[in-house]
Design a protein around this ligand. Sequence first.
Ligand code: NAX
Length: 326
Amino acid sequence: AKPAMRVAVTGAAGQIGYSLLFRIANGDMLGKDQPVILQLLDITPALPAVKGVVMELEDCAFPLLQDVVITDDPKVAFKDVDVALLVGARPRSKGMERKDLLEANGAIFTVQGAALNEVASRNVKVLVVGNPANTNAYIAMKSAPNLPKENFTAMLRLDHNRALSQIAAKTGKPVASIENLFVWGNHSPTMYADYRFATIDGQNVKALINDEVWNSDVFLPTVGKRGAAIIEARGLSSAASAANAAIDHVRDWVLGTNGKIVTMGVPSDGSYGIPQDVMFGFPVKCENGKYTIVQGYEIDAFSQERINITLKELEDEKAGVAHLLG
Ligand code: NAX
């Protein structure tokens, strides 16, 4: 049998954790032949709730789940981990300013980045889900100078999957038939889901839909505000779909995309004029445990305008946390 992989999940007592942990333990993320050890982090008052979730994990008797660690110490949680899913974050409470939110999360992600830097596997794959996901991933990356930058990513996959399902509904075609759809920028309503190059059975999606007004007035706002629509309908933010996106992101990164394009938030290498290190949603392909940004897509005026808006937001967030990074 393969040696077990160590997977850290933070915010393990939370909503997303409750959907995520069972799927990891079931082999949905790393493969049905890959044993796992879960290393669960939450804040001290949430540890009893984590213990309850772990009782349920035990009661599933998952054959792949070798061990579970429960802790409130990031250095214990991240010890030797191969994958770290940073889900826990400080939610925006009533009356909290954006600046305070960035500050509170900055404190969490500097500490967690430093702990990863100290104790994680040198090949650790880090996915930040907790919001503001891109900027939290940026903070963690900057707090881990001894780990390769490309080990740090942010979750744009939920936006990507939301875009896929909207295009499938609009065209009446199956989700699985859609290729080359991707999302640029920040995980926020400013994200730019781009279907100009998407195809369905070789046919161009843009030509198939042939409705620029639908793109700007229906599609982009629907995908961008989907999170808010779910809160409105459910009274709680997306959890199962967020967990599913996290599974998709890590599975593709570890096991490859077989030549298909997906969206990941990754530190820019300057591609498409995005400044170095900005944690930005790009079209990527994954192979042998590595992602590469797919080059060469033409950026038209409309797309450039959208990309500039989401980039500006990320640069403002980055400026807002600069003082935390020394
Ligand atoms: P919950 O509030 O249900 O759970 C969060 C958990 O994190 C709690 O158990 C809390 O105690 C824990 N936590 C807080 N500070 C921590 C710390 N310093 N270390 C470890 N754990 C800590 O939130 P949930 O619905 O699970 O959402 C988690 C995060 O995902 C939120 O920040 C949310 O905004 C974000 N999301 C990101 C998405 C994305 O696409 N990137 C989509 C879904 C989701 O909204």
